[in-house]
Write a protein that binds this ligand. Structure first.
Ligand SMILES: Cc1cc2nc3c(=O)[nH]c(=O)nc-3n(C[C@H](O)[C@H](O)[C@H](O)COP(=O)(O)OP(=O)(O)OC[C@H]3O[C@@H](n4cnc5c(N)ncnc54)[C@H](O)[C@@H]3O)c2cc1C
Length: 310
């Protein structure tokens, strides 16, 4: 008979790492799966993290490595495998990866989310050199500077409002003549004296050599192109949770996020969600690690109630 784990953790970003730390301390028989070679998740792709308490200005890669080293010190390391699908056999969750099948009593989904890209020239090359996907994370580096925000939904409008308090000038570039953002957010946006709307326009490229120097815009109606000088570009065109493999297994909201509150409890008993993958207001490292701890606590409480758990 195949071994049944107490807990399987899916993903080794901040939420998964914190879950591993708590699971190890709770002495749960745990298996930890991560699809990438390195732990750290999105944070490993981030230049500098300036809002994690106690570590001002730490490099994203460095923070990810430090967190993973903490879990390793307590005896847990992720196995490099991608989860493809999950099914239930009674109370047991059966996890299928490309190579293997694993069985567990509880599962923590910590597979994160990815910021959508504009897919324009200069975006990749100038990543971390003025191109950002997170105003709350990187806005502070653009004090009294000029920035462009690309997008037209709530995230873009909220980012523009947030940046208007830090930056000298904010241009919000949107391809339509109307925002999709909620009315209340639009009201705050239009009340900002230093935000200028650039309607009916798309960012065609991000220009600069060693750092962002501006964007090339195209007017969608006239086709006219122009260069807009800027020190930074914040891309807020959406975020995609990594939940394709969960469709039909656990309840997702319309955006594809796993529906779960602070305790991580999902629609499937024994399955918990932590970090960016779940429905929540603020997707940050500090909220992801808190979720990881809460999810293990919830998993422990669930296990206590199982008749065959010793
Ligand atoms: C450019 C950028 C800059 C940021 N800067 C900051 C900042 O300064 N401060 C801050 O607080 N936050 C910042 N964030 C946000 C922060 O990185 C996230 O909120 C945080 O990483 C979420 O952690 P997580 O563990 O929930 O998910 P993730 O970090 O996304 O980790 C999920 C992990 O799950 C793995 N995975 C996915 N699917 C599977 C699968 N099927 N099987 C196995 N493994 C899987 C992924 O490979 C990944 O390693 C930034 C994000 C980005 C993109």
């Amino acid at each position: 008979m195949q071994e049944i784990y107490d807990l399987i953790i899916a993903g080794a970003g901040p939420a998964g790492i914190c879950a591993a730390i708590y699971a190890s301390r709770a002495r749960l028989k745990t298996l930890w799966l991560e699809k990438k070679f390195a732990a750290g998740g999105q944070i490993a792709d981030t230049g500098e993290v300036d809002n994690y308490p106690g570590m001002p200005g730490i490099g994203g890669m460095e923070l990810g490595e430090a967190m993973a080293a903490h879990a390793e010190k307590l005896g847990l390391q992720p196995l490099r495998e991608t989860i493809r699908s999950i099914e239930n056999e009674g109370d047991v969750k059966v996890i299928h990866t490309k190579k293997n099948t694993y069985r567990t009593r509880t599962l923590i989904l910590a597979c994160g989310a990815l910021h959508k890209k504009l897919e324009v020239p200069g975006e990749e090359e100038l990543g971390g050199m003025g191109v950002s996907y997170c105003a709350a994370c990187d806005g502070v580096f653009f004090k009294e500077k000029t920035v462009v925000v690309a997008g037209g939904g709530n995230a873009a409008a909220e980012d523009a409002v947030y940046l208007s308090r830090i930056c000298r000038k904010v241009y919000l570039v949107h391809r339509r003549h109307e925002l999709r953002a909620d009315r209340v957010i639009q009201e705050s946006l239009f009340a900002c004296g230093n935000v200028e709307m650039v309607w009916d326009s798309t960012v065609e490229s991000i220009e600069g050599t060693e750092k962002v120097e501006g964007v090339r815009l195209r007017h969608v109606l006239s086709g006219e192109e122009r260069f807009l000088p800027a020190d930074g570009v914040f891309i807020a065109v959406g975020i995609t949770p990594g939940t394709d493999f969960l469709k039909g297994y656990v309840d997702l909201d319309e955006g594809g996020y796993v529906i779960a509150g602070e305790e991580g409890i999902t629609s499937v008993p024994g399955v918990f969600a932590a970090g960016d993958i779940r429905t929540k207001a603020l997707r940050q490292v500090v909220t992801a690690v808190a979720d990881g701890a809460n999810a293990v606590h919830s998993a422990e409480q669930y296990l206590q109630k199982l008749s065959d758990f010793v």
